[in-house]
Design a protein around this ligand. Structure first.
Ligand code: PBG
Length: 342
């Protein structure tokens, strides 16, 4: 008894001083438990029809919709900065939208042309493309409607066609963001049957019905279509975390190569749970609303935007993210490269 008390006493202050390891920069670097590097960054990019045009997105300061030629230039810059992968989102002309989102499986659609242009110009850049029908539907929902609700199984068939179409264009990672049940397994089978066994699936596993997607919906033009409707019938309830574990178990069993938690910062607990419960890589998506809040506050001089952005991304890494999708990827990659230690 006396002995164990001594051990406690020996371990306590003043013998133990937590600040000792925090004193110098070199020591803080040695004892750091997590870190952020360019290898962790995925850059989401918006693509639009036309030539030589970049249209700034008001709700997403620093981001723009690019025509394919401009997009390729952006991707070259990302490659030069060491970014491993980009994620593409098309802003589809209203005239191409239908209730079933047929344009999604047109081999010549905007995102397919963007994928092949990027793979041709920058073959070593990882290209991720979303699978969901919302850029292509007149109603802005991620799937096909039946009596006002998204029909799960009819939507899966469409998602499989969309996935194979994007794989044919050269897409490396198919990222289903639609939250239909059973879609990961069905997409895996469809890809394998079409000869795309090497194409990876990054499942938006725990995608919450969040209020933080507003700027994104403005960027791709699904906000107007969606109107006052919401996606609570298929995206997850922000109240739930056990449900995310069940979703992850299903996606992993169905063959997901990577899984994702989205949004990031408000859902660090979910990120941590999934990354400790599963050995599959877990990614975080710092979504448009999170990014916009930081940019807006920084724009008003209220916070140091770069420092807050780095801290936010590092928080995702600490919580267990293997990589983070962020609209700030290029800025952060450049910032991290500039960091010098003496
Ligand atoms: C489409 C999709 C959305 C996002 C990524 N893919 C929006 C939505 O579900 O309405 C959001 C990304 C962001 O806000 O940055 N299924």
């Amino acid at each position: 008894m006396k002995n164990s008390k001594n051990i406690i006493a020996h371990g306590a202050f003043p013998r133990t001083r937590m600040r000792r390891n925090r004193q110098e920069e070199w020591c803080r670097r040695l004892v750091a438990e997590s870190s952020l590097s360019v290898n962790d960054l995925i850059w989401p990019l918006f693509v639009q029809e036309g030539k030589a045009k970049s249209t700034p997105i008001a709700a997403l300061p620093g981001a723009a919709r690019h025509t394919i030629d401009r997009l390729v230039t952006q991707v070259k810059e990302a490659a030069a900065a060491g970014i491993p992968a980009v994620a593409l989102f098309p802003s589809v002309d209203a005239g191409k939208k239908t209730p079933e989102g047929r344009e999604a499986w047109n081999d010549e659609n905007l995102v397919c042309r963007a994928i092949s242009a990027i793979k041709k110009a920058v073959p070593d850049m990882g290209v991720i493309a979303d699978v969901a029908l919302d850029p292509y539907t007149t109603h802005g929902h991620d799937g096909i409607l039946h009596r006002g609700a998204v029909d799960n199984d009819a939507t899966i068939a469409a998602l499989c066609r969309q996935s194979v179409t994007q794989a044919r264009a050269g897409c490396d990672i198919i990222a289903p963001s639609d939250m239909m049940d059973g879609r990961v397994g069905a997409i895996r089978d469809a890809l394998d049957e079409a000869g795309f066994a090497q194409v990876k699936i990054l499942a938006y596993t725990a995608k919450y019905a969040s209020a933080l997607y507003g700027p994104f919906r403005e960027a791709v033009g699904s906000a107007c279509a969606l109107g006052k409707a919401d996606k609570r019938g298929y995206q997850m309830d922000p109240a739930n975390s056990d449900e995310a574990v069940r979703e992850a178990a299903l996606d992993v069993a169905e063959g997901a190569d990577m899984i994702m938690v989205k949004p990031g910062l408000f859902y660090l607990d979910v990120l941590h749970r999934l990354s400790t419960s599963f050995t599959v890589p877990v990614f975080a998506y710092q979504v448009s609303g999170e990014y916009a809040m930081i940019q807006a506050a920084a724009g008003k001089g209220m916070i140091d935007g770069d420092a807050v952005m780095l801290e936010n991304l590092l928080a995702c890494k600490r919580a267990g993210a293997r990589a983070v999708l962020t609209y700030a990827a290029l800025d952060m990659a450049r910032l991290l490269a500039k960091k010098h230690y003496t």
